[in-house]
Write a protein that binds this ligand. Structure first.
Ligand SMILES: Nc1ncnc2c1ncn2[C@@H]1O[C@H](COP(=O)(O)OP(=O)(O)OP(=O)(O)O)[C@@H](O)[C@H]1O
Length: 309
């Protein structure tokens, strides 16, 4: 389908005994920022390398822009920064990019546009070896952006950056997607993924545990309410939110309502003679969801009862 930029089906990579990627089926849609999320060693880089045609899958398939991964006509439409490109230390940033641009059949205009995009124009004449880590990282991203590729694949793009550099990189990724490009990035930083991604695939132990929109993963927002008498509060809450959307917890009531519903709810509670002590919106962070997922989901580990002691 045209709006599927990446589609993998049962993608698997085995290194000897180690199953680095275990039957991953994922989809990246046109124009989105897709976060490939997982702890160190989860299988992110290996999956990305298979998508780019850098390594062969042991089993399964990956299609990119509707074609089998790694075909020359696809490579030209994909920009990637996976495990850092090799830059020449004694060449300037601009000359490094020019060398790559020639190889890809691109002109100097593509180099200048990419340098401007990552805010490196002023320092483009400096030797690569004199760049800070953040500038090196930005040059790497610039190399992926040359030629306005339809899909940009970035492996841990904020790795090694300071907080300001990370914020710049996030803003850049968001602006790329706004401009119509599709971005697939891997990260182990949940807060980052939560902030900039539209959809995420969560991978652990080589397995794709879940693929969903960030807001779906986090679940619906709820309102936590402490009010007395509680029975009267429950009656009002059920009328406002519906019977199924009211839960009694040790910390008070939890209602399946967004924060915007709080003022009207408080008015109704007070009108019914209920004392309201606290109303606070609660939203699970992706970190909580991720932690739940990676600690409760089945893994490749041998079940305890099957172990021989
Ligand atoms: N060439 C290789 N030979 C053997 N094992 C490998 C090879 N490449 C990766 N692996 C193993 O496959 C597993 C997945 O590695 P991968 O680099 O894909 O993880 P990752 O999610 O990208 O981790 P990180 O965030 O640390 O980069 C790891 O256990 C790793 O040791």
């Amino acid at each position: 389908m045209d709006d599927l930029v990446v589609q993998t089906d049962g993608l698997t990579k085995r290194y000897g005994e180690r199953l680095a990627v275990d039957s991953v089926s994922m989809t990246v849609r046109r124009g989105e920022v897709y976060g490939f999320l997982g702890p160190n060693g989860a299988g992110k880089t290996t999956t990305l390398r298979m998508m780019l045609g850098l390594i062969r899958p042991t089993a399964g398939t990956a299609s990119v822009l509707g074609r089998p991964a790694g075909r020359p006509d696809v490579i030209a439409r994909v920009g990637a920064l996976v495990e850092g490109p090799g830059f020449f230390p004694y060449l300037s940033g601009r000359d490094n990019l020019r060398t790559m641009a020639r190889y890809r059949g691109l002109g100097d205009d593509a180099v200048d546009a990419a340098l401007a995009r990552v805010d490196l124009t002023d320092r483009a004449g400096d030797r690569f070896k004199a760049y800070s880590l953040g500038m090196k990282q930005r040059l790497g991203v610039a190399s992926a952006l040359m030629g306005e590729p339809e899909l940009i694949v970035l492996d841990e793009p904020t790795n090694g950056l300071d907080p300001a550099g990370m914020a710049d990189m996030r803003a850049l990724v968001v602006s790329l997607a706004r401009g119509g490009q599709t971005v697939l990035l891997s990260s182990h930083l949940l807060a980052e993924v939560q902030e900039i991604c539209d959809r995420v695939g969560v991978i652990n132990g080589g397995r794709l545990l879940r693929e969903a929109r960030v807001d779906e993963l986090r679940g619906e927002a709820t309102l936590r309410v402490r009010a007395t008498p509680e029975d009267a509060a429950i009656a009002v809450a059920m009328r406002v939110a519906g019977e199924d959307a009211v839960r009694r917890t040790p910390h008070g009531l939890e209602l399946g309502l967004p924060a915007s519903a709080a003022p009207a709810l408080v008015r109704d509670l007070v009108t019914a003679g209920v004392d309201v002590h606290e109303v606070s919106p609660t939203e699970r962070s992706l970190e909580e969801v991720f932690f739940e997922m990676t600690t409760t989901a089945p893994t490749n580990a041998v079940p305890t009862e099957a172990r021989v002691s």
